[in-house]
Design a protein around this ligand. Structure first.
Ligand code: FE2
Length: 277
């Protein structure tokens, strides 16, 4: 499969705001999003990243999100995430730029964030993980609904993904997804996309006598994190996960409960080793 460092054309789909999007009628917001996405669209991997200078509105959304999400993390996030988040020490007082994040990720894990303008084809996203590259959006959700976004934004990327990406175990897992995708058949790519979805994006696990989250989708969503225990909580099975389709546009109907973070990591790494063999 071809792997290059540009993320445009068929690989990246710009998010067309629909009428129910919180920013649909806000011209200034749409212009700002286009400006940030435009920068990402012209970016080539490996080039120095010019950080977005987030404005006061965007900064206030960041503060509002942290105010609400930090206590929910205490309640719902698994130990592995809480430890990783504490070690990473996210600044709550300003939105870091990608260069600031990468300066901290790269020396330890050799992962870097690379900006994309919108939704990336899942296979492209996974392949880039194998290059130690995590494709991520930079724009911010609309200020009228700081606790909601219908698509990934900088809050999802940072709060959901970055802290864990700074931990060696989680970085190794992301890398292994990328390497497996390079070897995969078309059918196996579909399985990889689903397993990534039900683990890295929406993974839950058993901790003591309760369900905790380690998935980026829950960690970055005020609404969904609080409903996690209302989903159909299914037994831990990578084979079932690999065959279970998902709906990215609504709360997840089913989730797969890992026995622990360590067991999840060991089982997923072993399963990834079987891909393309
Ligand atoms: Fe994500």
């Amino acid at each position: 499969m071809q792997i290059d460092g540009t993320f445009r054309g068929k690989d990246v789909q710009l998010v067309e705001l629909t009428q129910d999007h919180p920013g649909f009628n806000d011209k200034a917001y749409r212009t700002r999003r286009d400006e940030i996405a435009g920068y990402a669209a012209s970016y080539t991997a490996g080039a120095p990243i010019e950080d977005v200078a987030y404005n006061a509105d965007e900064q206030s959304v960041w503060h509002a999100v942290w105010d609400k999400l930090a206590p929910l993390h205490e309640q719902y996030a698994c130990e592995a995430y809480l430890r990783a988040a504490e070690a990473f020490g996210f600044a709550h007082d300003h939105i870091p730029g990608f260069a600031e994040i990468n300066a901290r990720l790269e020396p330890t894990q050799r992962f870097t964030l690379a900006p994309v303008a919108g939704l990336v084809r899942p296979e492209t996203f996974l392949l880039q993980l194998g290059q130690h590259r995590f494709l991520a959006t930079q724009y911010m959700r609309h200020g009228s609904e700081p606790l909601y976004t219908p698509e990934p934004d900088v809050v999802h990327e940072y709060i959901g993904h970055v802290a864990l990406l700074a931990s060696p175990q989680h970085a190794a897992l992301n890398l292994a997804f990328g390497r497996a995708t390079e070897r995969a058949t078309a059918a196996e790519v579909d399985a990889l996309i689903r397993v990534y979805w039900y683990t890295i994006e929406f993974g839950v696990l058993q901790e003591a006598d309760t369900i905790k989250v380690y998935g980026a989708g829950h960690l970055s969503s005020f609404g969904e994190i609080q409903r996690v225990r209302e989903a159909d909580l299914r037994p831990w099975s990578l084979a079932t996960m690999a065959e279970t389709s998902f709906d990215p546009t609504s709360y997840q109907a089913q989730l797969f409960v890992a026995p622990s973070y360590g067991q999840m990591q060991r089982d997923v790494l072993a399963w990834l080793e079987t891909i393309g063999r």
